[in-house]
Write a protein that binds this ligand. Sequence first.
Ligand code: NAD
Length: 282
Amino acid sequence: MVAKLLDGKAAAAAWEAELSAKLRGLPSPPKLVLVRVGDDPASGIYVKKKIEMCAKIGITSELVHLPENTSEASLLSRIASLNADKSVNGILVQVPLPKQIDALNVQKAIHPFKDVDGFGPKSMGYLLMGRPRFVAATPAGIMRLLQHYSLSPAGRHCVVVGRSNIVGKPLAVLLLQDDATVTIAHSKTKDLAAITKQADFLFVAAGKANLITKAMVKKGAVVVDVGMNKNRMGKSCGDVDFKPVSSVASFITPVPGGVGPMTIMSLMANTIKAREFQNQKE
Ligand code: NAD
């Protein structure tokens, strides 16, 4: 078997066209404010890509770049002003944050109707209750990618490797809501291969290059690789040993060009949704 590609670029382009049409129907564009604290180079690249997509699709964006030594109190006060600013629809604080700032305090501070990253406790709570408002961009993008290829996880055994708040946990909840039988594996899981081998759908978000080898994948499985790593040659790669696994899987995401483009488009969709919440009461 040679797996078909789950082409995130193509799926994101189709989604972009849909969102552009929605944006054209609005009286004025929504506004997203991206807050970056410090100079982490990877964060710089992610923020730049998000701003570029906003410009392309027709969302107004603004970057607030604060110094590395910004105190938590000062960041929280900045967020309070953005919460109060009616012209701002979405607020995104890029992670990781410097050590002196507790990310949970920041996520709690963002108004729940402006929480376009979906990391705040209210957004997470609503997701868990089965009434999602804002869903974290990567898991939401993965679900959309599956839909694009008419791949339904209902009734299938889905294994999620990774339990982070931003990928693994919300993804597992979304799959459960779509009637999958879900197993979550993580760094303390014993005999990972015995679990992954059972997966009809395998999602890997561990951040470990080549963690998943061919021997760990069931024939015909759908494999979604979230990982973003650099291999020994400095080339981008995921968590899945792509070529050998492609010979047993039925569908597989490439890295790059799989989950990444869907993540950015999810953020755009969440920003448009934030605009729809604008005049509602909590
Ligand atoms: P994280 O470090 O917060 O979490 C990693 C998870 O993997 C943990 O829950 C850990 O228990 C698990 N894990 C680590 N080693 C393991 C092992 N050997 N076996 C089983 N489980 C193991 O990372 P994250 O923020 O969830 O991101 C995961 C990966 O996804 C990273 O490579 C990140 O760069 C990538 N990512 C990609 C996108 C995208 O848009 N493509 C978005 C977010 C994250």
